[in-house]
Design a binder for this molecule. Structure first.
Ligand SMILES: Nc1nc2c(ncn2[C@@H]2O[C@H](COP(=O)(O)OP(=O)(O)OP(=O)(O)O)[C@@H](O)[C@H]2O)c(=O)[nH]1
Ligand SMILES: [Mg+2]
Length: 434
């Protein structure tokens, strides 16, 4: 009842607010979002506004223009490219007598259509309920007015002690939503503890995890299929991938790693979604390396990179090492190549995932970056492990050393994690002092 979703194939009028540059590209993106939600755009009206109107987002003249369009054309709903407050949404629905959807509602609809796994479906429902419940609370005064109440301002209801059908209905609606949210949270906790368990297992076994991240439609799944000879869904649609998929990845020198394909990001990714998907997004934040895949041919390339970084920060992945992958070079006058910074560290790899160009370069770059993890640690080396001590010195990994009373030495090391493991072969297990 609360999740009243538009039917597939519904006709939608799009409303776009001009704010800054690259307007054409944002309109194209809005149309793609609408199509990805299974809806059919039948028109697009633009409005120039610096600040949204508090009551209706757009001005009165624009509302009339939309009403005129709707009177003329068969259309099932009106979609705004921006987020609307619950009040704005309701006022517009009343004025236009049509279902109105803001950006968050639209993205939630795409996710609802895309969710395949149990966990994905629960997460999307959670986000939708969260979104619906905010509307349920603040929409109350509007409900009250409709039912012949006195038209008090939003927020006055709960404490004003109003009786009658409106309040009771609202309260029972709220209770049903919050019960459902609790139930979903309970079920999610179970699924997610399994995910956590699997991830821990991977960490313990020392397998490196590399996670793809990037703007939706950047080509993450295409790249994933190239690198892992996998067969995950690739589509010229936004949010084709929702549920994370893990596969084994063979790296030169380093050996086996795990690569994770994940959900794409987008400008203004709804908060409720980020929250609901926190567990799956942990594949990204907990990774040893993030491959930030960019559609290098997009006119919005720069904006998309910043948007992805904003979401990465939001999920606590800002400190995770990143390697930029500039994808779709086949659409540019570029050859696959590796870019390095002044210190010689690989920062960017240019590839084409669709034809596999640059694949070897990328694998090389990943191996280089993954192998770079340097740890600083103290270890105690017994006299009979003299060979281990010599190897640390050979590598130039010894920062300081001091003898202990029992004849062993305590060594302070700065060393590549993998070399440390190779040299000690766990013989020093339990002696390492972090
Ligand atoms: N020309 C060209 N097209 C590409 C390349 N890589 C991917 N594509 C196309 O870009 C579109 C999106 O690819 P996906 O791999 O589904 O993108 P994604 O990043 O996984 O998208 P979401 O899962 O929706 O976030 C598809 O139409 C691909 O065929 C490339 O290197 N060159
Ligand atoms: Mg994908």
């Amino acid at each position: 009842m609360f999740l009243d979703r538009p039917k597939s194939g519904s006709k939608a009028l799009l409303v776009h607010i001009q704010k800054h540059n690259s307007e054409l590209a944002t309109i194209v993106e809005l149309k793609e979002l609408v199509r990805s939600a299974g809806l059919v755009p039948v028109g697009c009206l633009s409005s120039n506004r610096r600040y949204p109107h508090p009551g209706t987002f757009i001005g009165g003249g624009k509302v009339d223009e939309i009403a005129a369009f709707l009177a003329d054309q068969a259309c099932d709903l009106v979609i705004f490219g921006d987020d609307l407050s619950p009040t704005q949404e309701r006022n517009l629905e009343q004025a236009l007598d049509k279902r109105v959807l803001g950006r968050t509602g639209l993205i939630l609809e795409i996710f609802a259509r895309r969710a395949r796994t149990h966990e994905g479906k629960l997460q999307v429902e959670l986000a939708q309920l969260d979104h619906a419940s905010s509307r349920l609370v603040r929409g109350w005064s509007h409900l009250d007015r409709q039912r012949g109440g006195s038209g008090r301002g939003a927020g006055a209801g709960a404490s004003s002690g109003l009786g009658g059908a409106g309040e009771t209905q609202l309260e029972s609606d709220q209770r049903m939503v919050s019960d459902r949210i609790k139930r979903i949270n309970g079920r999610l906790a179970k699924v997610q503890s399994q995910r956590e368990h699997n991830r821990r297992g991977r960490t313990r076994s020392d397998v490196k995890t590399i996670s793809l991240a990037g703007y939706t439609n950047a080509g993450k799944s295409t790249l994933f299929n190239q690198l892992c000879a996998a067969d995950v869904l690739v589509e010229n649609q936004l949010f084709a991938t929702l549920d994370p998929t893990l596969r084994k990845l063979e790296l030169p020198v380093v050996g086996n790693a795990v690569l994770a394909d994940t959900v794409g990001f987008i400008r203004q990714l709804p908060h409720s979604l980020v929250d609901a998907f926190r567990a799956t997004l942990e594949e990204v934040s907990q990774a040893d390396l993030i491959l930030h895949v960019v559609d290098a041919a997009s006119p919005l390339r720069g904006e998309q990179i910043s948007e992805v970084n904003v979401v990465l920060e939001e999920i606590g992945a800002e400190a995770t090492p990143q390697l930029m992958v500039y994808n779709k070079v086949d659409l540019l006058e570029e050859e696959p190549r590796i870019d390095r910074n002044a210190q010689g560290v690989v920062t960017k790899v240019w590839v084409s995932s669709i034809d596999g160009a640059g694949k070897a370069l990328l694998l090389e770059a990943i191996a280089e970056r993954i192998g770079e993890a340097v740890i600083e640690t103290n270890v105690k080396v017994r006299p009979q492990d003299g060979r281990i001590r010599a190897q640390f010195f050979e590598l130039g990994a010894v920062v300081a050393e001091r003898p202990c009373e029992d004849g062993s030495v305590e060594m302070h090391l700065r060393i590549q994690e993998s070399s440390f493991r190779k040299i000690t072969q766990n013989k020093l297990a339990g002696q390492s002092v972090p």
